[in-house]
Write a protein that binds this ligand. Structure first.
Ligand code: PXG
Length: 449
C-alpha cells in the first residue's frame, strides 16, 4: 500500500506543466490515474505510487528486454559515474567506446562493421538517411536522392523518419515540411490472406516486387535507399512474409540501391537472433539500432554501416572531417557502460536463444485468444506478438483504451495503438507469468466486449 508521504506527494502533484509524449494529455490529467504513475521498476514489474505491482508487458517501450534493475548493468553505470561523467565525442574518445563498436560489429551480419552513435532511434534513422545520400554523392551518383519507405512504418519522429514512415497520424500535421522525393512500398498486412498466422505469413513475398514498380517509375538512378523495419513493431507487430525481405535485398542490389534495416525494436535479441537481419536471412547495408543495445538504461542509438560505405567516406585530405554529423552525447560514457554490461548479459545468458524460447510461450498464449469476442487477427514472431480488436462503432481506438485500463486493474501493463494490443515482455518472464498475462487479457477482452 501507498505510505502516507507518498500519498500526499501524489495528491499535491501538479500534472499540468508536463506535455506528455504520444499521450492523451487531457484524459490523463482529468483522470489522474494512479495506476499509471510509476514509483519504481524491478525485474519484470513496475510498482505504482499506490504500491500496485504491474507486469511490464512491453519491456518499457520495447527497450528493457532484460527486465529492470539488473545489478550487472546498474552497477556498471554507477562505476562509470565515478570514473568519468562525460567525455566529448568530437575529436576525442574513450577506449570503452572504441571497444563497444568492435563488440557491436562482431554481432552484426556481413561486413557491417563500422558503428556511429546517436542518442535515439529517431536520430539513428536520420543519420542512416544522411549517410546514404552522402555515400552516393561521394561515389559520383549525386542524382540518387530519393528514399523509399513503407506504409505503416515507424521510423521515429525526426523529419527524415516521418517522411519515410507510414503512420498517418505522425505525418499529416507536418506534410509541407517532409523531405521531398520520398515514395512508399505497400505494407504487408493483409488479414484476408494471413489472419491468425503463426510466425512468418506464407503469403506476401510478391509485395517486394512493388519496389520494381517504383524503380520503373522513378528510375534507379534517382533512388538512394530503401528503409524498412524487418518486423514492423509500432504499428502492431507486422511480421515479414516468408521470402519478402530476401526479395527486397535482391532488388536493391540489382539496382545499386542501399537497403537500410531499422532494427530499433528487432536488434539485440528480440527476434531470437542478434538482429532481424540474421533472423530473416537478409543482410542490409545499414542497420539502425537503439533501445536493446543497453537495455534502455541510458539513451543510446546508432547506425552500423557496411564497410564499403565507411570506406567511401575516407577520402580527401586526412586532416579533414569526413562526415559533418554527430551529437554532443554520441557515445555518452554512461550509455557505453550500460551497453557493455548489456552485451555481456546478452552473450553470457544466450539471450537471443531465450527470446526464441519465450516466443514459443507467446505464440501459444496469444493464439489461445482466437475466438474471444472481437479478436480479428493475431500475429507473433519470437519475442513480439499482437492482436487486433474490432473497433467500437464510431470510436476507433476506444476499445483498446478500455482494454488497456482493464488490464491495468488486473496488474498488467500492455501497449495499445489504434485497436491493436502489442506485447513484448522481458526475456526473464516465467512460463507462469506469461500464462497469467494471457489469462488476464482474455478476461479483459471479455470485459470490454
Ligand atoms: N525506429 C523504430 C523501428 C522504432 O520502433 C524508432 C525508430 C524511434 O526511436 P526513438 O528512440 O527516437 O523513440 C522506434 C521507436 C511502441 C513504441 O509502442 C515504439 C517505439 C517507441 C515508443 C513506443 O511500439 N519505437
Amino acid at each position: 500500500m501507498m505510505d502516507a508521504n507518498a500519498a500526499s506527494a501524489v495528491a499535491d502533484l501538479n500534472l499540468d506543466p508536463y506535455w506528455m509524449p504520444f499521450t492523451h494529455n487531457r484524459y490523463f490529467k482529468q483522470h489522474r490515474p494512479l495506476d499509471r504513475l510509476m514509483a519504481s521498476a524491478k525485474g519484470a514489474y513496475y510498482t505504482t505510487v499506490e504500491g500496485q505491482q504491474l507486469f511490464d508487458g512491453l519491456s518499457g517501450l520495447w527497450c528493457c528486454g532484460l527486465g529492470h534493475g539488473d545489478l550487472r548493468i546498474t552497477e556498471a553505470v554507477k562505476r562509470q559515474l565515478d570514473t568519468a561523467d562525460y567525455v566529448p565525442a568530437f575529436q576525442v574518445g574513450s577506449p570503452a567506446t572504441f571497444k563497444l563498436t568492435e563488440r557491436i560489429a562482431s554481432l552484426a551480419p556481413g561486413d557491417l562493421n563500422r558503428v556511429f552513435f546517436t542518442n535515439s532511434g529517431s536520430e539513428g534513422v536520420d543519420t542512416a538517411l544522411k549517410m546514404a545520400l552522402a555515400y552516393h554523392r561521394l561515389r559520383g551518383e549525386a542524382s540518387r536522392t530519393r528514399f523509399i519507405g513503407r506504409e505503416k512504418a515507424y521510423h521515429g519522429v525526426g523529419f527524415g523518419g516521418i517522411s519515410v514512415g507510414g503512420m498517418v497520424a505522425n505525418r499529416k500535421m507536418f506534410a509541407p515540411s517532409m523531405i521531398p522525393g520520398v515514395d512508399h512500398l505497400p505494407h504487408t498486412h493483409n488479414p484476408a490472406e494471413m489472419a491468425f498466422s503463426r510466425g512468418q505469413p506464407e503469403w506476401g513475398a510478391h509485395l517486394a516486387d512493388e519496389l520494381e514498380r517504383l524503380v520503373a517509375l522513378h528510375d534507379a538512378s534517382t533512388i538512394a535507399a530503401v528503409i524498412v523495419e524487418p518486423l514492423q513493431g509500432s504499428v502492431g507487430v507486422v511480421v515479414p512474409p516468408m521470402g519478402y525481405l530476401e526479395r527486397l535485398r535482391e532488388i536493391c542490389s540489382k539496382h545499386g540501391i542501399l537497403l537500410i534495416f531499422d532494427e530499433v525494436i528487432c536488434g539485440f535479441g528480440r527476434m531470437g537472433d542478434w538482429f532481424g537481419a540474421q533472423a530473416f536471412n537478409a543482410t542490409p547495408d545499414l542497420i539502425v539500432f537503439a533501445k536493446g543495445v543497453n537495455n534502455g538504461t541510458v539513451p543510446m542509438g546508432g547506425v552500423i554501416a557496411d564497410q564499403k560505405i565507411y570506406d567511401t567516406f575516407m577520402q580527401g585530405p586526412e586532416h579533414a572531417v569526413e562526415l559533418f554529423h554527430g551529437y554532443t552525447y554520441s557515445g555518452h560514457p554512461l550509455a557505453v557502460a550500460a551497453a557493455h554490461a548489456t552485451l555481456d548479459i546478452l552473450v553470457e545468458d544466450s539471450i537471443p536463444e531465450r527470446f526464441g524460447a519465450l516466443g514459443k510461450l507467446l505464440e501459444e498464449g496469444v493464439h489461445s485468444l482466437r475466438g474471444e469476442p472481437n479478436v480479428i487477427d493475431i500475429r507473433n514472431y519470437a519475442g513480439a506478438c499482437a492482436f487486433d480488436l474490432t473497433p467500437l462503432p464510431g470510436a476507433p481506438g476506444l476499445r483498446a483504451v478500455r482494454l488497456f485500463e482493464d488490464a491495468l486493474k488486473r496488474g498488467f501493463l500492455v501497449r495499445f495503438t489504434a485497436d491493436t494490443i502489442a506485447l513484448g515482455p522481458p526475456v526473464i518472464s516465467t512460463e507462469s507469468e506469461i500464462h497469467a498475462l494471457f489469462e488476464a487479457l482474455r478476461a479483459s477482452i471479455r470485459a470490454v466486449a
